[in-house]
Design a protein around this ligand. Structure first.
Ligand SMILES: NC(=O)c1ccc[n+]([C@@H]2O[C@H](COP(=O)([O-])OP(=O)(O)OC[C@H]3O[C@@H](n4cnc5c(N)ncnc54)[C@H](OP(=O)(O)O)[C@@H]3O)[C@@H](O)[C@H]2O)c1
Length: 476
């Protein structure tokens, strides 16, 4: 990796920077995984000196990732690489101060430097930021005379519907090529999510049965046992379909449903995921009424910055179909919600019953049907369920599980998603970042639900339940 590396962080005072980005960068520097010489230039609105900024960042790392701080001196060494530039985008200010700060690094021409822009700011600011970057001569599309690269990391959400996503893509593309864009969905940095492809394509035994002939249904659950916290204003604009299903939910679906890539290059993998998104059946008013349940937890309307008559959903259960040769007719249920009974993300792949069931009522094996259960959080496990004879005289079956647990099998300390994704972005590996076509086709699917269910009143559900259960039962 080149020595003259600068990370320019818009939103240096943001919650994301405090909780995830600075602790991850600090750990990468401790592990020797940052470039030998690097500078991190943070931008924010309040006036502060480099030293004040460094002190604040040290405090944030201690507060949010105390386990990572073994030695104050290491923290000091890391923070000496931090610099601060005051900047208010809304006030129409240019980025001359940033340019000066970038040029101070190594005393090099800014075009020679490798610069990674990180936007930890409200998504609506992205077009303005890239325009300012270009106006300041720091943009990415122009050829560099001395080999410096430019990349940009964008945080989700990437728009709030197809049209806004296209506009955002168009705006960023004026300054950066797609090959320079790293759209983060941090789920794609999680070990068990990255492992789905490895599990499927490094084991010969699963792929022959990974299709509509053997799989009955796929259930993806993304549940959180907490509410919207202080994000009322954001949630009122977003809702759960946009916040969780459009990105995490459909990305997990694509990892399960994709065809084997031609090789492991980032675009080969993203090509296959793109085909899945394009194959997801779009909703009509009839299918949405049948296959989509939206809920809202009791008390949501009393949360701060939430309208007293809000119809925004905090829960969704959606039955998707992937219309291709492998999956035609197999339902992919995605259930996600806030304030549910527990925090868990898992994928359950349920296989069809054997043709003859000797051990239960005819045509039924739901109790012992073979399943592959991929737990993404809180545990990181893969379990295979199968029926076995209950000890004793009668021929009765019970379901049992064979389980692989990451923690029990690997002693190596795992990287967090932000560690992994920062390393990938610095080294130029886009496999686990979302490409423009995936953004647009996943919005096409969500838009088809939204337009099919205009102004629908979500079903209320009790806090710490599993959603509007009576409605779900009636529909299943
Ligand atoms: N927080 C998370 O856990 C999380 C998780 C996943 C994705 N994300 C995404 O990460 C991004 C940041 O989220 P966040 O929760 O960290 O937001 P946040 O705490 O509200 O921070 C947003 C930052 O944007 C800066 N900003 C706002 N208006 C500005 C302007 N006119 N000029 C310059 N800076 C401006 C603010 O700077 P000042 O403070 O300096 O005023 C603030 O630090 C969003 O895209 C979000 O969707 C966040």
């Amino acid at each position: 990796m080149s020595a003259n590396f600068t990370l320019v962080l818009f939103g240096a005072n943001s919650d994301l920077a405090a909780r995830k980005l600075f602790p991850s960068m600090f750990q990468l520097s401790r592990w020797g995984q940052m470039p030998a010489k690097y500078r991190i230039i943070g931008l924010g609105r309040p006036m502060k000196s480099h030293d004040e900024f460094r002190r604040e960042v040290r405090q944030k790392i201690v507060a949010h990732a105390p386990d990572t701080v073994r030695d104050e001196a290491e923290l000091e060494v890391f923070s000496n690489n931090l610099f601060y530039v005051r900047h208010d985008l809304a006030a129409g200010e240019g980025l001359e101060d940033l340019r000066r700060e970038v040029m101070r690094g190594e005393g090099q021409e800014e075009t020679c430097q490798n610069i990674l822009f990180y936007l930890s700011t409200p998504p609506s600011l992205a077009p303005r930021i890239v325009r300012s970057v270009e106006a300041a001569g720091l943009g990415g599309r122009g050829a560099s005379t001395c080999g410096g690269w430019r990349k940009i990391i964008l945080e989700k959400p990437f728009g709030h519907d197809l049209q806004s996503a296209r506009e955002l893509n168009r705006a960023v593309r004026k300054v950066f090529h797609e090959e320079q864009m790293y759209r983060i969905d941090h789920y794609l940095g999680k070990e068990p999510v990255q492992n789905i492809i490895v599990f499927r394509f490094s084991n010969g035994m699963f792929e022959p049965i990974w299709n509509r002939h053997y799989i009955d249904n796929v259930r993806i659950t993304i549940a959180e046992d907490f509410g919207i916290r202080d994000r009322g204003a954001y949630y009122e604009e977003s809702g759960l379909l946009r916040d969780i299903i459009q990105n995490h939910g459909l990305q997990l679906l694509a990892s399960v449903a994709m065809e084997p890539p031609v090789d492991l290059s980032p675009d080969a993998v993203r090509d296959e995921k793109g085909k899945v998104f394009r194959s997801v059946r779009l909703f009509t008013p009839e299918s949405a009424a049948r296959d989509v349940v939206l809920g809202q937890y009791e008390g949501y309307r009393q949360e701060a910055h939430v309208a007293p008559d809000s119809r925004v959903e905090t829960f969704a259960s959606v039955k998707f179909f992937v219309d291709n040769w492998r999956w035609m007719g197999v339902p992919f249920h995605i259930k996600a919600g806030k304030n549910l009974a527990e925090t868990v993300t898992e994928i359950v792949i349920t296989f069809k019953c054997p043709p003859q069931n000797f051990f239960g009522p005819p045509g039924s094996c739901s109790y012992t049907a073979n399943q592959i259960v991929i737990r993404i959080q809180p545990e990181e496990t893969i379990a295979i369920r199968f029926g076995t004879k209950r000890p004793g005289e009668s021929m009765v079956t019970d379901p049992v599980y064979m389980k692989f647990d990451y923690k029990a099998s690997f002693s190596k300390v795992g990287l967090t998603p932000y560690h992994r994704l920062l390393i990938d972005a610095m080294s130029g590996d886009q496999m686990h970042f979302i490409r423009d076509d995936a953004v647009e086709s996943s919005w096409t699917v969500i838009d088809s639900i939204k337009s099919s269910l205009p102004d629908i009143e979500p079903y209320p559900y009790a806090v710490h339940s599993w959603g509007p259960e009576s409605v779900l039962q009636a529909q299943s």
